[in-house]
Design a protein around this ligand. Sequence first.
Ligand code: GRF
Length: 190
Amino acid sequence: MHHIAIFASGTGSNALKIMEYFAQNDRIRVALVVSNKPDAGVLEIARTHQIPTHIVGRKSFYETEELLGVLEQHQVDFIALAGFLWLIPPYLVQAYPRKMVNIHPALLPKYGGKGMFGKHVHEAVKAAGEQETGITIHYVNEHYDEGDIVFQATCSVKQDDTPDTIAHHVQKLEHRYFPEIIERILSNSA
Ligand code: GRF
């Protein structure tokens, strides 16, 4: 049995899709939701799905390794970052080598890095006049948005698209592919 932890800072629409996708799976389950924000929407979603939650503070996250104990307690062997806005510290990257993925709402290596999240990404895509954008699912290393790419999917950007409509198209791709790719990675591992 694989036990996934979802790390998220916001609404949690991707987290919800992952929870729903694996709800009936007897090999993979979402065991924990971790957030840095006590009022994040994702925590409510987790509670509704009877999934344990853990709120992590900045000091504990960066200056201790307490979180490893929490993950161990929930037998977590895979981490999905779904809109988690803090940089992952080295101890955590090392504890989950190629066992932690992030989803990014653009085609990396373009439009990634610090500060490139949410609407900032889609505004930059629009401003650059891109005709295509999409999603990237990648392994996590110590730098924002730089780990090896596992999967990308694209959608077109039309002239009359706005950052909001781009966000909508990209979110559809995220919801469609993120759970599936997690399943694929876990099926190819032990
Ligand atoms: C998604 O766009 C994801 O790509 C990004 O953060 C957003 C999270 O949205 N990393 P949600 O909280 O899952 O709705």
